[in-house]
Ligand binder design. Structure first.
Ligand SMILES: Nc1nc2c(ncn2[C@@H]2O[C@H](COP(=O)(O)OP(=O)(O)OP(=O)(O)O)[C@@H](O)[C@H]2O)c(=O)[nH]1
Length: 375
């Protein structure tokens, strides 16, 4: 029994949707179930009391509640969800207005009016909810006071009608305020969680991806390579003699040098390629759908740009160079192995005089001939 109830409440929920959407789906499921049951029970009572018009109205409402729930589950699109919510709110409002007009059982019908504000606000959101409630209030006022009360079937005192309207407007205002605060808190929480996620993956100095972010990209790209049986290349860049830059300029200006270098690197990359700060004065390049020769070509351009364009640090010009180690990743070569190869190529470039691009296949003897399982 509990399992069936859980299945019903969670029907239509998907991990691909936002939390807010899933929460709405669950509340619509619950609300539709409650609305369907109550209107059905009250409809049966009215039927056995020979109040056929009331029972027909309640049975119709019960069916509409059921349809709106099925709609959001069967047609899992944002439009269907909006239609389902609109149907629920409309059904509730029409039902409430009918109870207001007829008085329901012993003139207690108007009491159901207090269900309208919280339900409308939660389902429709602040703006649409507010507009719906203003329209509903105006219709209710016309029913109670307009046309010499010709629309009303039930008899209410003037004091009752005015108090009903005032209290309804107060509940509506409070519900609107609550929904506004709830939406604001939700937006703030969402913004903060996005910021935290961004910070966890980005380097605060250069604003590039950090090592963690780069590793996620590498894993994603590797999965794609395995799936498509294709290849991509990685490269590690290490700024030449950065220690002496720090010693000459100071650590703070050294940071500024890193920022400017990251901009030079980024400016020369294709849109689909990725650059990250791998750590300290090291950068990682990920060249999607590119073999080793293609990556070497691209890096030669980057190297030349850095070599030829002096950096401007506090009005003084500085020539900075970088060495690069390149390696190719194919479905048969795992990422950690490729990183080790790129590292080897980089140190080969350093040993051979710096300011150059070295690929792993250009090194002799090739480390690729080593046991891959050793990584
Ligand atoms: N300003 C600054 N310096 C850093 C940062 N991270 C690492 N470094 C410095 O970078 C320097 C790296 O020096 P080394 O690894 O000895 O190598 P190098 O001087 O670059 O020489 P080669 O790599 O052999 O060309 C060290 O002095 C680190 O303190 C950083 O975030 N900011």
């Amino acid at each position: 029994m509990l399992g069936i109830l859980k299945q019903y409440v969670f029907s239509g929920v998907s991990r691909h949707y936002k939390d807010e959407t899933n929460r709405r789906i669950m509340v619509v499921n619950l609300f539709a179930a409650v609305g369907m049951s109550i209107t059905f029970i009250l409809g049966c009572r009215a039927f056995f009391a020979a109040e056929y018009s009331l029972s027909t109205t309640l049975f119709t409402a019960s069916v509409v509640f059921a349809i709106s729930q099925r709609l959001q589950v069967r047609v899992a699109t944002p439009r269907a969800r909006t239609a389902s919510i609109t149907l629920l709110i409309l059904c509730l409002m029409v039902l409430t207005l009918l109870l207001l007009i007829t008085g329901g059982k012993d003139n207690t019908g108007p009491l159901w009016i207090y269900l309208v504000p919280p339900v409308t606000m939660f389902f429709a959101g602040f703006i649409r909810g507010l507009l719906s409630l203003i329209s509903f209030t105006m219709v209710s006022a016309v029913i109670m006071f307009g046309f010499d009360e010709a629309i009303l079937v039930a008899q209410y005192t003037y004091a009752f009608k005015t108090r009903l309207l005032y209290s309804f407007m107060t509940v509506s205002f409070l519900s609107a305020f609550y929904e506004y605060s709830r939406q604001k808190s939700y937006d703030t929480a969402l913004y903060l969680s996005e910021q935290f996620e961004r910070q966890a993956k980005h380097d605060h100095l250069t604003q590039l991806l950090n090592r963690r972010g780069a590793q996620q990209c590498l894993e994603r790209e590797y999965a794609r390579v395995v799936r498509n049986k294709s290849k991509f290349s990685i490269a590690i860049a290490d700024i030449d003699r950065f220690k002496s830059i720090n010693d000459t300029l100071g650590h703070e200006q050294g940071d500024e040098v890193l920022v400017q270098i990251s901009k030079v690197f980024t400016s020369r990359l294709r849109k689909q390629d990725i650059i990250a700060r791998w750590g300290g004065e090291e950068f990682m390049f990920i060249f999607n759908d590119t073999d080793e020769a293609g990556a070497v070509q691209a890096l030669e351009q980057i190297r030349k740009t850095l070599n030829q364009a002096p950096l401007n640090i506090n009005g003084r010009e500085f020539h900075v160079t970088s060495s690069f180690g390149v390696s190719e990743v194919t479905p048969g070569i795992d990422i950690s192995y490729a990183i080790r190869c790129a590292d080897k190529a980089l140190y080969y470039a350093k040993d051979n005089g710096r300011d150059q691009v070295c690929s792993i296949s250009s090194i002799s003897p090739s480390p690729l001939s080593e046991q891959r399982t050793s990584f």
